[in-house]
Design a protein around this ligand. Structure first.
Ligand code: ZN
Length: 160
């Protein structure tokens, strides 16, 4: 069975950056399971999965725009430290929800000084080219309910 719309595929992967550093891997874990065509994985990877079958091993190079997006300077903002008054132990790396005109986005604290705090709303992997080594484990039909929900149920998926 080939990966296509309305199929659920599970796969092992190792994700590296341009420098060859491993950023993420399913090694030692259950394979990642996703519903094809539902935007569950980054677009540049999803498009290359189509047509593959269980047992296939291949590599996919994904440009930033087809991965976690280009790095957008405007998403880096400096805000007064007093905006974080209620927060104990404010530290670099802490995540917050910021309200923007486009709706809430996740931001991470990247810099703190006496008066100001810098937060970055880019995805941690924004601007990075992504290099995936993929091994397809299983391909099956999605259930009607999975298609309606836009995600996988059961092992490796949503439980609700
Ligand atoms: Zn669901």
């Amino acid at each position: 069975m080939q990966i296509a719309e309305r199929k659920v595929a599970s796969f092992h992967y190792t994700l590296t950056n341009d420098a060859g550093d491993v950023l993420d891997s399913s090694d030692g874990r259950e394979p990642l399971v996703y519903l094809h065509g539902a935007g569950n994985i980054v677009p540049g990877l999803e498009s290359e999965m189509a047509g593959h079958v269980a047992g296939d091993k291949f590599k996919v190079d994904v440009a930033p725009a087809d991965g976690y997006g280009d790095y957008i300077e405007e998403l880096v903002q400096v805000v007064p430290r007093e905006s974080f008054k209620g927060v104990d132990d404010l530290a670099i790396g802490m995540q917050f929800q910021a309200q923007t005109e486009q709706g809430p986005i996740a931001v991470v604290v990247t810099e703190i000084d006496d008066n100001e705090v810098t937060v970055d709303g880019n995805h941690p992997l924004a601007g990075e080219a992504l290099h995936f080594a993929v091994e397809i484990v299983e391909v099956r039909d999605a259930s009607d309910e999975e298609i309606r929900h836009g995600h996988v149920h059961g092992a490796g998926g949503h439980h609700h």
